[in-house]
Design a protein around this ligand. Structure first.
Ligand code: ADP
Ligand code: ZN
Ligand code: MG
Length: 636
């Protein structure tokens, strides 16, 4: 189920974000020049004469020297006591001055204007401003944050954290991710044990998940558990003002890591660096691209047996350059999800260790009330509660402090619609609609779990199916069943509430894409016939979106195609409705269960539905073995 996208506010583009940096730069420079001018005037000890006074001195023959510039005349005259005195006067239009000076035999010389301040302001300042603006925009386009002066620290060395104090005991609620990372820890501890057997150790591990779920914490815990050095850098730090600096830092980082192996290199916010390369009209992405290319080259270059593991974190996996996800790079992806009730309780338990709790506090109640909170939100919650208790001079933090803190944190979080009980129920019914249809119909990937824990990538809940085998060919009935699963969410909503929501938008989009492909590409509609109307080769099954262009066919055919697509989708919706009507009582029972537990595992679902569990290949493998690929291919 996906939230309604229409209310999203447009994102700011960043290019013109706060030009105040340049304005400040200019203002400060201007101020300095004015100051210099004032100081030089104040320091000027020369006597200021009126021009008439100068002329009368000249007539009396008391001018000893004169330097004549376009604006001023300065020089030396003899005062009443015959002492040489410096003077300056503002020049007045006087064509006969030179003659009079000659007549008095004064030594005089022309001079270029002394008004350097004016020159600076009139000429150099604009140039400086232009340079400043150029640097500023160059930097913006490069996508990096930070001020003009940050290049000064760009060559700063990257240091390893040697003695990481974090361990897996400090992380809770993300058990699947933690279990997958244990393998990495084992490898880092004794790399030779693994490599002598010829096993392939992952080079790159990508932690994917919403903010605050503990990705950074997990990466540090891996280093702490394995007792290896931890190099940590944020993706945005790589992207520097001057082209080439980022790439140099990557090289430096890997050189150091190589020398200190086994160790972990952790790149936070990988998306800042690894955004898909694209042609920009201003050609400004060069820096990031160079850095990214350098990173790819380094990852390809180093010997996996040495024991350098590159970990990275992102909450926007969809923007990453596909090259980063290729085998030998970040090919292991680990989902770090928001915790469920039990996970939240465990996380709270970790964070309350450092506060004094009253006996009245029941962590399971707090966990139940904090649906949608990530680990960082829970840590924040405990802190808020402790602060509230302290403000009231209590000796221990009690339940009422937590209650108030929850209200505060919730108010501070963005609209967490999942917290609203009515909406939670709609989401639960919707997801169970998918799950029940998927379990009831034969030949589909078994449901791995159903969840109403918000997912962060725009999903309010999800039903996850995991394939038991690779599918090289899809039959028509399989695709029809898949359509029924996609429409099961809305069908359940209609059945239970007799009302529709916007939550099915993504389901409908995907169902329509499948149905259209069945009709126009796979010749699976009897009415249209075994004709491919697209005339294109697909890279992967339903992988790329089809774009606006369409194949060449008559208007009439277009109408027929639309009618057939609609028929397929409508039939699938009917199938879903029939299944759910037959299982109505179960749907209601499961809804209550899901609202309480937030997650239902596939096995439990099948047991409750009286459907035998599928054996996943090897029978001896423990049933709870986490899936290899934690990013589900089916997310809806
Ligand atoms: P992310 O990198 O995913 O944005 P962090 O690892 O920076 O999140 O988490 C921030 C803080 O929140 C951590 O330092 C920790 O105190 C707390 N936290 C987050 N997730 C967890 C968790 N799963 N278990 C315990 N504490 C957590
Ligand atoms: Zn759905
Ligand atoms: Mg982080």
């Amino acid at each position: 189920m996906t939230p309604d996208q229409s209310s999203k506010t447009p994102r700011r583009t960043g290019l013109f974000r706060g030009p105040s940096g340049v304005l400040w730069f200019g203002a400060v420079l201007f101020g300095l020049l004015l100051l210099a001018n004032a100081v030089s005037t104040a320091l000027d000890s020369r006597e200021r004469l009126e021009y008439s006074a100068f002329k009368s001195l000249l007539a009396q023959g008391r001018i000893a020297e004169a330097r004549i510039s376009p604006e001023t005349i300065s020089g030396v005259y003899l005062n009443e006591d015959g002492v040489r005195t410096s003077f300056t006067t503002v020049r007045v239009e006087d064509p006969n001055l030179a003659e009079q000076l000659d007549a008095q035999k004064v030594r005089y010389a022309g001079e270029v204007s002394q008004r350097w301040i004016g020159e600076l302001i009139g000429w150099i300042l604009p140039v400086l401003l232009i340079i400043g603006l150029w640097l500023f925009f160059f930097r913006r386009i490069g996508g990096a944050e930070g001020g003009i002066m940050s290049f000064a620290r760009s060559r700063a060395k990257i240091y390893a954290e040697d003695d990481v104090k974090v361990s897996f005991a400090d992380v809770a609620g993300v058990d699947e991710a933690r279990d997958e990372l244990r393998e990495i820890v084992e490898f880092l501890k004794t790399p030779q044990k693994y490599t002598t057997l010829g096993g392939r150790i992952p080079k790159g591990v990508l932690l994917v998940g919403p903010p605050g779920t503990g990705k950074t914490l997990l990466a540090r815990a891996v280093a702490g558990e394995a007792k290896v050095p931890f190099f940590s850098l944020s993706g945005s730090e790589f992207v520097e003002m001057f082209v080439g600096v980022g790439a140099a830092r990557v090289r430096d980082l890997f050189k150091q890591a190589d020398a200190r192996a086994p160790c972990i290199v952790f790149i936070d916010e990988l998306d800042a660096l690894g955004k898909a390369r694209q042609q920009s009209p201003m050609g400004g992405h060069e820096e990031r691209e160079q850095t990214l290319n350098q990173l790819l080259a380094e990852m390809d270059g180093f010997d996996p047996k040495k024991g350098v593991i590159v970990m990275a974190a992102t909450n926007r996996p969809e923007v990453l350059d596909p090259a980063l996800l290729r085998p030998g790079r970040f090919d292991r992806r680990i989902l770090v999800d928001r915790p469920d009730v039990k996970g939240r309780e465990a996380i709270l338990r970790i964070h309350v260790k450092s506060v004094k709790l009253a006996d009245s506090v029941d962590l399971s109640v707090i966990a139940a009330r904090t649906g949608g909170f990530a680990g960082a939100d829970l840590a924040n919650l405990v802190n808020e509660a402790a602060l509230l208790a302290a403000r009231r001079d209590k000796t221990a933090v009690d339940q009422s402090d937590f209650d108030e803190a929850i209200d505060r944190v919730v108010a501070g979080l963005e609209k967490r619609r999942a917290l609203n009980p009515r909406i939670r129920r709609v989401i639960a019914v919707h997801e169970l609609g998918h799950a029940i249809v998927a379990t009831d119909l034969p030949g589909l990937d078994p449901v791995h779990k159903v969840s109403i824990v918000g997912r962060g990538f725009g999903a309010l809940g999800y039903t996850m199916q995991l394939p038991t085998e690779d599918r090289y060919l899809r039959t028509r009935s399989e695709l029809q069943h898949e359509l029924a699963v996609l429409l099961g969410g809305r069908a359940a909503e209609l059945l239970v509430f007799n009302e529709m929501t916007t939550g099915a938008q993504n389901d409908l989009m995907r169902a329509t894409a499948i149905a259209r492909a069945m009709v126009t590409e796979f010749g699976m509609s009897d009415a249209v016939g075994p004709v491919n109307h697209e005339g294109r080769q697909r890279q992967m099954f339903l992988d790329t979106d089809t774009g606006p262009e369409r194949g060449v066919y008559a208007e009439e055919t277009a109408r027929l195609i639309d009618a057939e697509v609609k028929r397929l989708v409508t039939e699938a919706a009917d199938t879903a409705r029939q299944i759910l009507e037959a299982r109505r009582e179960l749907l209601d029972r499961l809804t209550d269960l899901l609202l309480e537990k937030e997650v239902i595992e596939g096995e439990e679902l099948r047991m409750l539905m009286g459907i035998p569990n599928v054996t996943q290949g090897d029978d001896t493998a423990p049933a709870a073995l986490p899936p290899r690929e934690s990013i589900p291919s089916d997310l809806h």
